[in-house]
Write a protein of this length. Structure first.
Length: 254
């Protein structure tokens, strides 16, 4: 994707990676609309950054997605980039179903059904734009798993394969599929992650990500250097060792 001159909608951008990426893209000359569930937080961010658009959206709710899509396309018909950012991560114990089923269903609804429904709400419009991009967000844990977050790992592995498949299906359109593959980043995604020595500083992640987007406009995956340890463990032939290192070193992951 081109790094400037776009109209970008980022659901799940009221904090963490989503908000930091929204501000970075705005600074690069893009019109950026952020989405989130909390109206009060959206109003606060809109006041702090008056050149950001805001839209209420709950990506776990199909009707909320439909309403938000109608709102966004009504106000920003030039929209050409969708970043499916919203996601949750929860620790689960799969020894007993009562301890993980509700969490697993919530994670899959937000992390997998959410992006699917978002893409469904915007894909026809995006095909009418001459240069459009859908940015999916997977994770290094979609390639090398963290033991305590099974549903998160699985949802991100699914996002990777969804991205690969959509890229094939939409090859005859103007829509590009770019997969953002974060490592563990210092955000509030998990308790303690904001201060984790294992996690990458948020500002460093965003700076490297934006530079990769600028320097690799035709990239299929955006991988900061830090995530390659997880992304290519199986390719390198040291998957088992990487799994062992990850699960010994970091209780949070990303």
């Amino acid at each position: 994707m081109n790094i400037s001159g776009n109209t970008v909608f980022i659901p799940g951008a009221t904090s963490g990676i989503g908000l930091a990426l929204a501000l970075a893209l705005k600074d690069r000359g893009n019109t950026v609309i952020i989405g989130g569930r909390r109206t009060d937080l959206l109003e606060k961010l809109g006041a702090e950054h008056p050149d950001l658009g805001t839209v209420r959206i709950d990506t776990a709710d199909p009707e909320s997605i439909r309403a938000a899509a109608h709102d966004v396309l009504g106000r920003y018909p030039q929209l050409n980039v969708l970043v499916a950012m919203a996601g949750i991560m929860q620790v689960e114990d799969w020894h007993r179903p009562e301890s993980f089923l509700a969490s697993a269903e919530s994670v899959v609804t937000t992390n997998l059904l959410g992006p699917i429904r978002l893409i469904g709400a915007f894909v026809e419009h995006l095909q009418t734009r001459p240069d459009a991009t859908i940015v999916t967000v997977s994770s290094g844990l979609g390639f090398t798993p963290l033991a305590v977050t099974p549903s998160y790992n699985a949802s991100k592995a699914a996002i990777h394969m969804l991205s690969e498949s959509l890229r094939l299906q939409l090859a005859d359109t103007s829509v590009k599929i770019v997969e953002l593959v974060p490592p563990s980043v210092r955000t509030a995604l998990m308790p303690g992650q904001e201060s984790s020595d294992f996690a990458m500083p948020l500002e460093d992640f965003i700076a490297e990500t934006v530079e990769l987007l600028a320097s690799q406009p035709d990239a299929k995956e955006i991988q900061v250097e830090r995530v390659k340890f997880l992304r290519y463990s199986e390719v390198r032939g040291d998957y088992d060792g990487t799994v062992a290192t990850l699960n010994h070193a970091d209780p949070h992951g990303k």
